[in-house]
Design a protein around this ligand. Sequence first.
Ligand code: GLN
Length: 541
Amino acid sequence: MAKYVFVTGGVLSSVGKGITTASIGLLLKSRGYTVTAIKIDPYLNVDAGTMNPYMHGEVFVTEDGGETDLDLGHYERFLDINLSKRNNITAGQIYLTVIQRERRGEYLGQTVQVIPHVTDEIKSRIREVAKNSEADVVLVEIGGTVGDIEGLPFLEAIRQMRLEEGFNNTMFVHVALAPVLSTTGEQKTKPVQHSVQELRRIGIQPDAIITRSPRPLEPGARRKIALYANLPPSAVFSSPDVEVIYEVPIVLENQGLGSFVTKRLGLEDREPDLSKWEEFVKRVKSATKKIRVAMVGKYTKLKDSYISIIEAIRHAGAHLQVKPILNWYESTSIEKGELSPSKPVEENDAVIVLPGFGQRGAEGKIKVIEKVIDEDKPFLGICFGMQLAVVAIARHLAGLENANSTEIDPDTPYPVIDLLEEQRHLDKLGGTMRLGASPIVLINNTLVYKIYGGLEIVYERHRHRYEVNPKFLDRLVSAGMVVSGYSLDKGLVEFIELKDHRLFVGSQPHPEFHSRPMKPAPLFVALLRAAQGLTPYTTTN
Ligand code: GLN
């Protein structure tokens, strides 16, 4: 039977609950326990797929094609596991199921209510993940902040789970902000006290509190929080700001959180093995050789929109013992002429053109890629970035004037990126995205094949609608483009590269979703190698 750790948040959202949850998971995993993690999002969207990255950050794509909250990315990276779309539960999914069931008459005339019908559905989904994963411990993070109206049914559900699963099988961890006043430099505990009070008002007594603060919690503040939270001071942990997020588990382990959790859950307290993790953190922090990477996209003001790519670059940097410096360029500014497309190319050792949707900013990205081609700069185009690389090759090298993706210009004379014939009919019905991991056949002896270490078939995750138009392939190939991978099922173009270029790779799938701290994604390693003037791959890669 699984044990559950429920993580709630207090005072503010975005205090790092996701990282904290992932860190608790790692402390358990380092003791030999199997873990899985669930993110609960109290919003009414059914999934994150329809949400603006500016509001919500990146949409993390799971192996099975779920469009999920970015916290699932933290869980996968910290725990080195693959999660399913079922690991992201939203209020939208819950209410949709309950209402559809009501319409089918399955409630047999009952009045359908938040308690018990909505809470039952929440509990059943949590338990279903527990059952399918067969994990020893299931971490459940409740999004938002205690006190939010939409979060109440979820808190009520976990309160009930304590009764049903038993005290020793459930633990409540509350993560809250202890701000430091900029005027006096004083650490304040009142907001934490209030959020714990709010939690207790609805029947949840936390078993541990983790305070987020710019600096470590002072002993006086710890005692005060403990007293008001009805806990011993040893149940209050401090998670101060750290240089790299991967340090968080170590900081918490050093305060004894790992054995606190195992004891509380009645698990055997084993000796943790965090040696590889510590080594990785050391590598990230000690690297001094700077590699400048241009990040060209249109959501550059909210870096969370590209969090998996940022982390993938970090993993590759740690592997190569270099320190990537990310410089951000807003493609809409390039498009409007406020920023020269040469800038990202001149000011950096490598260029990444980021994923995206829609017309705005696309011309700016195409212009940057044309400069990349001229200057022989190491380049990686991801998803939309790959599609626009094909457009740039068409215009700049194949002489197809005004070539474009029909997503940007439906009337282009050369639709080198287009919807497939079969998608056009489906379009009206929605659901046309290619989502999730699928097999890709790599072409022998291409650069991408070598970068992937000579694998014939690789799996990467997708999230896109448009495809390289096979009608123009001959002309693009004559102009120097190489197709280095096709989808196994339909023969769609998955990877492209450019002949006689230091490194110019376009990837239709998102390689960033598979990158893990100690297993960096090969394409990012290749980019950072080429950025240093090395061959993009080693034979032992
Ligand atoms: N807008 C492009 C498409 O739908 C690319 C999507 C992306 O970059 N994720 O095909």
